[in-house]
Every structure is written in structure tokens, then in C-alpha cells.
Design a protein around this ligand. Structure first.
Ligand code: ADP
Ligand code: MG
Length: 635
């Protein structure tokens, strides 16, 4: 029979499995059993609505059989099974969460230890087997199929006989080496221990033949007059696992450590989560939930491939692998399980969306996640900041999205860079530091902290001794627009014109000054009409001659953001730019002199100043050669 080749990634993973270090080998059984359990979940779900399945919940089981002479370990399930195509697709390539993630980490790290850290799937069977045979019959199919592979050189698929629906995974155990006794995996005690250790929580019975030895009296007595006995061994099939899932256990058993272990294995993460949330709700809607807040964003988190949602169970039957309706979009990074006996089992997934109970649960979980994050923020800021680095963007999207519906929920979770501290600060902490005289929450927006801190407009705020937030992500200004205020304090961009720092008297004085320069300002407006909407004298600049600010709702940062967007959608979105000139600066005197004596020179100075203002605001200067030659002329 012609051998088919594995895809390249699969081959690499297989090689790694085959050569992995022996401390990891034992997890193969956990992986194979967890696949069996997944397959049963699928058929058990079908059985709820489809009489033809002909099995009830009690009928499902996983059998583990050891054949010492034949050197095989067989794991059989009566789950959904695989068709020929399923085999090709699922066993011939790595397309599955665990394995795929693993592969991407592989490229960077030589670290083979990741095998031990989380599920690596079906291929782990090759750590202990020199050949793996899979015989399976899919639900609804008459024909069974056999998939077989001896490792990286390929696999075969052929017809097979199998009377019942389900799958047998037959692992042909490697011969012993000096370093490792693979034969141990053929010993009942060893395999039983492994099931207890890794698969105790599997919700279906894992059954195996266990030998019992009894000492029975022979009816004779020995020379001391004691009754003689002899050992009689008989084999009995017994259920090895306790079948109570971790989320159904009391906290004393489902310790943090155990929960973390469960998390890493189920959600394919190498890092511990930053928080574990346990919910045991009783009342109108009772349910249990075990949720995790990850520390790191999965590689595909900000892409369309990421599948948000919590696993949904009803009395131990999995209804949905990931139910997105249980979490608001802004918390889509949360992982975990919800189990409620109140959910009706026979309901279709479409109707489930509108289920009242589900809505109640979702509402509760939203609050739990929020309060967990809020307490993490104060109790363990370092952990919170790790979380924030991974998911802060998602929280910000949450504030901006859905027309600001979630802004009340999320505003306390925000953190920003600040001019006062090296570390990030929350809005609450910022406001608590505000002196009485300070009216606004000031922020400077630019592409990075240095540019933001370097904005000329920040000088006056700083001179007053006020704190500045630095907005360095493109979404930040949208967040501030959506929030508008925090605890009654308006958020104000330093580039947005009047900063409310002058007294009424100072303002009056300025107005007279502005009136005196009207002719010059009109000239500048005319000269720069293609560049800016307005030219003003600035009373907030200190050491800098000019700066660029804006009027209206579209900020300079937003303009930059829209410009980056593909297509021409962003072409039309422009901030109303205002060039501000510092009348106290020496340059202003030169400009005034030129305006009175040499208008050409004055126009040149105006253009150079405008370009400088753009550079300070990290805006592009379109005609660089015109700018540089104007500078040379003036020098
Ligand atoms: P994962 O479990 O993360 O999807 P695996 O490598 O463990 O990845 O398994 C790959 C796929 O092979 C499964 O998703 C499933 O489709 C299929 N599979 C493996 N074992 C079984 C089984 N016992 N019954 C049905 N399908 C199975
Ligand atoms: Mg698996």
C-alpha cells in the first residue's frame, strides 16, 4: 500500500516526539484519553437530540487494555469516531490548537521542555510507540477505516472491520532501552497510576481489567495447625477514575495548583494564569464556573482565528466547546468552563443564544471578571501590568466599541503612562493626586512616550506642577473621547487648544495682544492656507517657538491613525490644524520685522515654522526639499 506523507510541520513535531526526553513520555496516555473523552462528548451531545445514536449517557466509556505479550496499549472509546477523511485531516496534519501552537513556539525555542507543559495531542503516542494503529468507525458510517504509521516516514489508510461506532487507538510499545523501561506502560499498576494522576477528572468512566488476588483456604492445615491458603487471581473490569470534574469539586480538592494544571493542559498555555475565578452560584439559576485570566495573549488573539468563549456543560454533558455568549466581547481573553444543571439540554445552539438563564450567568460572570481584575490591580500591580500588556488593547477596544455601552464597566481598568511615575497609573490614582486648582485630566498624545513628553504644549502643564498622561496607542484618544470625563474631571489633550490654565485677566491681556497682531496673523493664514485651518498666538508655549494643535473632534493622532488605514477611507479624515506661535519667542520678533520689511522672507519663515510644528507633532512634512532650501535661504 502506498504511503502518504505527513505535512512538513507534522513531520517536525513527530521527530520531536520520537526524540523527546523520557520524563515527558508518560503524558501520552493523558492525551489519548482526552481525545477519547472529546469524541464521546460529541456523540453524547448528538444523542440528546438524535434517537438513532441509541446510546444513553451511562453507556459511554473509555476502555484501556494492556497486552503484555503483544506489547500493545489500546484505548477504545464509543465516541463519534472518524471517517477516512477525518483521519487524513486530523491525524495527517497539524491543524489543531494544541499542536499548532506548540509548533510556532518550536521555531524560536530549542526548549523541548514545553512538551511537558501542555497538551501536544495525538502525536505524543509516538513517544512510547514505534507504531500506532487507529481503527475507527464514524457515527453514521457503515465502513470502518484503519490508519497506521510507524513514525515520520508516512502513514497508510485502508478499509477495516469494526462492528461499533467509535475508535480504537492501538499503541505498539517500543522495546526497552538502557535508559528506559517502556514495558512499564504494559503494567496495570503503572497505567492505573497514570490514569489517576492525569485523567481522574475525565467525566466518563475509564475502565480497565484489574487483577485481584485473594488467598483462599485450601481446606488443609499446616504442621502448626494453621489453615492453608493459596492465591487465586481473577480479573475484574473496574472504573479507575473518579469522574468528578475539577469545577465540581470543593476548593480544598481543586487547589490553585490543580486548577493551574487543568488550565495549562486544557487551554494550551505555558504560563500560569494571573487569576483563577471560582463561582458556585445557587438560587434561581445555579451554576458552577471555573475561569482563568491568562497572562499572555495567544499568538492569534488579535486575529480573526481566535475563538473566544467558555466551555458550556449541563450536568456534566458538554453542550458547547466554546460558547461566546457567556462573555462580553471586552473579556474575550477569559478562558474556562461553565456548568449549569438549569440549562435545558435539548435546546439547539441557536436558541441557546437567547436563553434567559444563560444571560443571567453571563451578567454575573462579567461582574466577577471585572471585580477580580480590579482587586488584582491593587493587590498585585505587577501581575496586573503583565495582564495589561497582553490585553489592555482589548479593554480599550471594549470602551470604544458598542457605542460606549461598556465604558462604565471598564474605565477603572485603564492604565496609562504618566509624567509622574515610571510605572503605569490608573485614572483613579491620577485624580487622587490632582491638586485643588487643577481642572482637567491632561494628556499628551503621540506615537511614543518621548514624542509625547516632547510636545511643546506640555511645558506649561508641567510648569504648573500638574501630572500628564501619555497616550501612545492609536486607540487612546478614541478612548478619551468616549469617556469624556472621569470622576467629573474632563480629559483634555494638550494639543487641543485652550488648556484652561490662564486666569480671566491673563486672557483679556492676551486678547488685546492678539488684536495687535491681526495683520500679521491674517498674512500667515493666507500664506499657510493649504497647511492649517488657523494661525494663533499661543500663550501656553514657553521655550518653543511654535506648536501644532487642532480644533474640533478629530485630533492630530486620530488623523494619523486614519491615514494608516488601508484604502482611501482615511484620506478624507483630517484634523483642523492650528499653528500656534509663541509671541514671547525671539523668532516672533524676526517674523514681525520681516513682515514689515520683506514679505517674501516673512512667508519663508512662516513655512519653516509650520514645518517645525509638524515635526514636533510627529506629522509628516510633505515637501522636504522645499523645507530644507527655505531653511538654507534664511540662514
Ligand atoms: P486536539 O485534541 O487538540 O484537537 P489532537 O492531536 O489530540 O488535537 O487530535 C487531533 C484530532 O484527531 C482531534 O481534534 C480529533 O478530530 C481527532 N481524534 C483524535 N482522537 C480521536 C478519537 N479517539 N475519536 C475521534 N477523533 C479523534
Ligand atoms: Mg487532544
Amino acid at each position: 500500500m502506498a504511503k502518504k506523507q505527513f505535512k512538513a510541520e507534522s513531520k517536525r513535531l513527530l521527530d520531536l516526539m520520537i526524540n523527546s526526553i523520557y520524563t515527558h513520555h508518560e503524558i501520552f496516555l493523558r492525551e489519548i484519553i482526552s481525545n477519547a473523552s472529546d469524541a464521546i462528548d460529541k456523540l453524547a451531545y448528538k444523542a440528546l437530540t438524535d434517537e438513532n445514536v441509541g446510546l444513553s449517557r451511562e453507556d459511554f466509556r473509555i476502555l484501556v487494555k494492556l497486552d503484555k505479550d503483544g506489547r500493545t496499549v489500546t484505548v477504545s472509546d464509543n465516541g463519534i469516531g472518524m471517517s477516512k477523511e477525518d483521519m487524513e485531516e486530523n491525524l495527517g496534519v497539524i491543524a489543531h490548537s494544541g499542536s499548532f501552537k506548540f509548533k510556532s513556539e518550536l521555531e524560536s525555542a530549542e526548549d523541548v521542555d514545553i512538551i511537558g507543559q501542555f497538551g501536544v495531542g495525538f502525536y505524543s503516542a509516538f513517544m512510547v510507540s514505534d507504531k500506532v494503529t487507529v481503527i475507527s468507525r464514524a457515527y453514521g458510517a457503515d465502513q470502518a477505516w484503519k490508519w497506521e504509521s510507524a513514525g515520520a516516514d508516512g502513514y497508510t489508510v485502508s478499509e477495516a472491520d469494526k462492528p461499533d461506532v467509535g475508535t480504537d487507538i492501538i499503541m505498539h510499545i517500543k522495546p526497552d532501552t538502557e535508559a528506559e523501561r517502556f514495558s512499564d506502560y504494559l503494567e496495570t499498576w503503572r497505567v492505573k497510576d497514570l490514569i489517576k494522576k492525569y485523567s481522574d477528572y475525565v467525566r466518563f468512566p475509564i475502565r480497565m481489567d484489574v487483577e485481584h488476588t485473594e488467598y483462599v483456604e485450601t481446606g488443609e492445615t499446616d504442621e502448626h495447625g494453621h489453615k492453608k491458603t493459596e492465591p487465586v487471581t481473577h480479573t475484574e473490569e473496574e472504573t479507575v477514575n473518579s469522574m468528578v470534574p475539577i469545577w465540581q469539586r470543593p476548593k480544598s480538592e481543586a487547589t490553585d495548583e490543580k486548577c493551574v494544571e487543568f488550565y495549562k493542559e486544557h487551554f494550551h498555555d505555558t504560563e500560569d494564569p494571573v487569576a483563577i475565578i471560582r463561582v458556585n452560584a445557587e438560587g434561581l439559576t445555579s451554576y458552577r464556573a471555573l475561569l482563568f485570566i491568562p497572562k499572555k495573549a495567544p499568538y492569534d488573539f488579535y486575529s480573526r482565528d481566535y475563538k473566544p468563549g467558555l466551555a458550556l456543560y449541563s450536568s456534566g454533558v458538554m453542550i458547547m466547546e466554546s460558547c461566546p455568549d457567556l462573555l462580553p466581547e471586552c473579556f474575550r481573553f477569559v478562558r474556562g468552563v461553565v456548568d449549569s444543571p438549569d440549562l435545558s439540554l435539548n435546546i439547539s445552539r441557536e436558541i441557546l443564544q437567547h436563553d434567559r438563564q444563560l444571560k443571567v450567568i453571563a451578567g454575573n460572570l462579567e461582574n466577577k471578571v471585572k471585580s477580580e481584575l480590579t482587586s488584582l490591580m491593587t493587590k498585585d500591580p505587577e501581575k496586573y501590568d503583565a495582564f495589561w500588556a497582553a490585553f489592555g488593547r482589548q479593554i480599550k477596544y471594549g470602551i470604544v466599541g458598542e457605542y460606549g455601552m461598556k465604558k462604565e464597566l471598564l474605565k477603572d481598568l485603564l492604565k496609562f503612562h504618566s509624567s509622574f511615575e515610571e510605572k503605569l497609573t490608573s485614572l483613579k490614582d491620577y485624580v487622587s493626586r490632582m491638586p485643588e486648582s487643577q481642572k482637567y485630566i491632561y494628556y499628551a498624545a503621540a506615537g511614543d512616550i518621548r514624542s509625547a513628553a516632547g510636545l511643546p504644549q506640555t511645558e506649561q502643564v508641567r510648569a504648573k506642577g500638574y501630572e500628564l498622561l501619555y497616550f501612545v496607542e492609536d486607540i487612546d484618544e478614541f478612548v478619551s473621547q468616549m469617556l469624556y470625563e472621569y470622576e467629573g474631571k474632563e480629559l483634555k489633550s494638550v494639543s487641543g487648544g485652550d488648556l484652561g490654565l490662564e486666569t480671566e485677566e491673563e486672557k483679556k491681556e492676551q486678547d488685546t495682544e492678539d488684536a495687535g497682531s491681526k495683520e500679521l496673523l491674517d498674512f500667515l493664514k493666507e500664506t499657510l492656507k493649504d497647511e492649517v485651518a488657523d494661525v494663533k498666538l499661543s500663550h501656553s508655549l514657553m521655550s518653543s517657538a511654535v506648536c501644532m494643535s487642532y480644533e474640533g473632534d478629530i485630533t492630530l493622532e486620530m488623523e494619523r491613525y486614519f491615514r494608516q488605514m488601508p484604502g482611501d477611507a482615511g484620506e478624507k479624515i483630517r484634523a483642523r490644524r492650528v499653528l500656534e506661535i509663541n509671541p514671547e519667542h525671539k523668532v516672533f520678533a524676526s517674523l514681525t520685522a520681516a513682515f514689515e520689511g520683506d514679505k517674501d522672507r516673512a512667508a519663508k519663515i512662516a513655512k519653516v515654522l509650520c514645518a517645525q510644528a509638524k515635526l514636533l507633532a510627529s506629522l509628516p512634512v510633505e515637501d522636504i526639499s522645499a523645507y530644507t532650501s527655505a531653511v538654507c535661504d534664511l540662514i
